[in-house]
Design a protein around this ligand. Structure first.
Ligand code: FEO
Length: 170
């Protein structure tokens, strides 16, 4: 059994990760509509990763005999105005998710829930990587986004991203 507060936050994170998947699917669709299929591919894979994250939280709750409570997933709340803005919103969202993970960690730490802390360690590292990736995309777009040939090459680079399952298994 886990503490109620920790269970509540873990359940909330299932919803937040599914929202992230929904948000990034929206980003992906935006880029496909723009003809930037590489960016579209990159965010479609990102959406798959977010769904994986949600499933890891589901599995962790179930492994500990806790009930999973699914709530409504919000409509994506980011205005898709231009390619660069979307990337910046992606970075902002990852920083927000990092805060959420830290909040759960803090709750687990408070009640000496070492098992949950160990489970969350993977997410702490993952968030570091996700923020770095999102920052990299913004920087690259700032450097190359205004030049059609460079943008084409960047789009091709992002189009080469392939999905791989998370390195964490429960
Ligand atoms: Fe699951 Fe990108 O945080």
């Amino acid at each position: 059994m886990l503490e109620n507060k920790v269970v509540e936050l873990l359940n909330r994170q299932v919803n937040k990760e599914l929202y992230s998947a929904y948000l990034y699917l929206d980003f992906s669709n935006f880029y496909y509509d723009q003809g930037l299929e590489g960016f579209g591919n990159w965010y479609r894979i990102q959406a798959q990763e977010e769904r994986d994250h949600a499933m890891l939280f589901v599995q962790y709750l179930q492994n500990n005999g806790e009930k999973v409570v699914l709530e409504t997933i919000d409509k994506p709340q980011v205005a898709l105005t231009c390619s660069k803005t979307v990337l910046e919103e992606g970075l902002k969202h990852e920083r927000y998710v990092t805060e959420l993970i830290h909040t759960i960690y803090d709750a687990a730490y408070t009640v000496k829930d070492f098992r949950t802390m160990q489970f969350l360690d993977w997410f702490v590292k993952e968030q570091g990587e996700e923020e770095t990736n999102a920052e990299g995309l913004v920087k690259k777009y700032e450097l190359f986004g205004d030049d059609p040939k460079s943008l084409y090459m960047l789009d091709s680079e992002l189009g080469a991203r392939t999905y791989s399952a998370p390195s964490l298994s429960l």
